[in-house]
Design a protein around this ligand. Structure first.
Ligand code: GLN
Length: 486
């Protein structure tokens, strides 16, 4: 059997029945990695020895009668923006190329406790800034469905690794769509939890008021299982929320009868690929057929979302990235005469073009004389965007939209003009500004064989509703079972 192809819950069943060992599972996934990583390039760092040693430890513990938890022996990939004790964490940036954290992020700590096994660190856009993973300082991750196309971003390595069966599941981070959009472009499931649901302790900060860690998986059940492992209050993250924690797998009910689906007029716009639009309407009709009701809703400030995001996110980034100065972390220039030159050269040599662009934009938006006109104004519009969702959710339980206006694009297609890259985030960004949860699931393919993603948005701390709609849709379709030909 090709163990590497299986989902987390399928591997768990085999482990429980004694039909597979953790060593066999991890071994199978490494065989797969060795076969296809050369083509895909999803991993910045691979920790094979550690993973195999850990698998042996897990097997020995099982033999001694230790209970098998849902993630015991399950091999995962981790976006290289999440700190791992003793394992290089680069953010796909030259400035952190040799940075080895001295602590685990809270999610890593929790996953270890649950018995998960880490395969390595996944490639990404530098500091999670981008939508194609082309901004990685190290390599271009390919889309497993078409090697001439991007996997999406910024968690492109995490999504491609899941789609290519180079891990059972993975984690990404989502500041403006970075879990959902690559999941959509690679034909897998990606969830951005409510802001505050999952601890950000140990997640290298991009835009702290927007960042959330989220799972990327082969199906919706696995997504709920990973959420169970990582969600919850953490005293180490002051923005982490002290709210009741559900068992997310209990939301996996194949039933949407009577549920109200909001369809926002502003998300069915010109410029959207007709094949994407057709697939989304097809999905809505199926959910209606399964007993859901649709409501037309309006999110009137959608037009301002991209401008608002690129002020708030860059302002926070300019402040967060000030710490990379050659003194405290990572890279330091070899050539400098004095301290100022050391700072300047370190940052000039260490950061890539997109990161520099964002630091400059953000510094400008925060500077005296411009702060009121840009940063403060953006904060006010952010409140209006949040109110749009509060109003809309009075009339519906979840909101249905496309995840991305197009399927995966070609390498280089959007790198010349950063604005066209920014515009590709139009459907995912408002969710982060409002802090609400959203999931992307596969809902079809273009004629050219590229996956299309359906996005389901929920009320704050109601991941259960979106998981339930996603699960019902998945149980009635076959899209998630298709595999790329590698
Ligand atoms: N693509 C968006 C950006 O470039 C979102 C990135 C993210 O979610 N980390 O900022």
């Amino acid at each position: 059997m090709e163990l590497f192809r299986l989902t987390i819950h399928e591997l768990h069943e085999l482990l429980k029945k004694g039909e597979a060992t953790a060593t066999e599972i991890v071994g199978s996934v490494f065989e797969r990695i060795e076969a296809v990583e050369g083509k895909i390039q999803a991993y910045v760092t691979i920790t094979k020895e550690e993973a195999l040693a850990r698998a042996a430890g897990v097997d020995a513990a099982i033999k001694k009668g230790k209970g098998i938890r849902p993630l015991t022996g399950i091999p995962l990939a981790i976006k290289d923006v999440i700190c791992t004790l003793g394992v290089r964490t680069t953010c796909s940036s030259l400035i952190l190329e040799n940075h080895v954290p001295i602590y685990d992020a809270t999610v890593i700590h929790k996953l270890r406790e649950e018995g998960a096994i880490f395969l390595g660190k996944a490639n990404m856009d530098e500091f999670a800034m981008g939508s194609s993973t082309e901004n990685s300082a190290f390599m271009k991750t390919k889309n497993p469905w078409d090697l001439g196309r991007v996997p999406g971003g910024s968690s492109g390595g995490s999504a491609a690794a899941v789609a290519a069966d180079m891990c059972a599941g993975s984690f990404g981070s989502d500041t403006g769509g970075s879990v959902r959009q690559p999941a959509a472009l690679c034909g897998v499931v990606g969830l951005k939890p409510t802001y505050g649901r999952v601890s950000r302790y140990g997640l290298v900060a991009f835009a702290s008021s927007l960042d959330q860690i989220g799972p990327i998986t082969k199906d919706v059940t696995d997504c709920a299982i990973l959420m169970n492992a990582v969600a919850g209050y953490d005293p180490m993250d002051s923005t982490s929320a002290m709210v009741t924690l559900p068992d997310f797998t209990r939301a996996l009910l194949p039933d949407v009868k009577g549920l109200r689906l909001g369809i926002p007029a502003e998300y069915f716009i010109e410029g959207m690929d007709p094949e994407v639009e057709a697939a989304i309407w097809e999905a809505i009709r199926l959910l209606e057929h399964l007993g859901a009701n649709t409501e037309k809703i309006s999110l009137p400030h959608t037009d301002y979302a991209i401008a608002t995001y690129y002020l708030v996110a860059t302002a926070e980034a300019s402040s967060n990235l000030a710490r990379y100065d050659g003194v405290k972390y990572g890279y330091r220039t070899k050539r400098s005469m004095d301290m100022l030159e050391m700072y300047q050269r370190t940052r000039r040599e260490g950061f890539g073009a997109e990161v520099k662009r964002r630091i400059m934009l953000g510094t400008y938006a925060l500077s005296a004389g411009y702060y009121e006109a840009y940063y403060l104004k953006a904060q006010k519009v952010r409140t209006l965007i949040r109110h749009d969702f509060e109003e809309a959710f009075k009339h519906c339980d979840v909101i249905i939209t496309p995840t991305s206006p197009t399927a995966a694009f070609r390498f280089g297609e959007k790198t010349e003009d950063p604005l066209t890259m920014y515009l590709s985030d139009i459907f995912t960004i408002s969710v982060n500004l409002a802090g609400i949860p959203a999931i992307s699931i596969p809902c079809g393919f273009t004629k050219g064989g590229l996956p299309i993603g359906l996005q389901i948005l929920g009320k704050p701390f109601n991941e259960e509703a979106i998981l339930r709609v996603a699960y019902t849709y998945e149980q009635n379709t076959e899209w998630h079972k298709r595999k790329p030909n590698l």
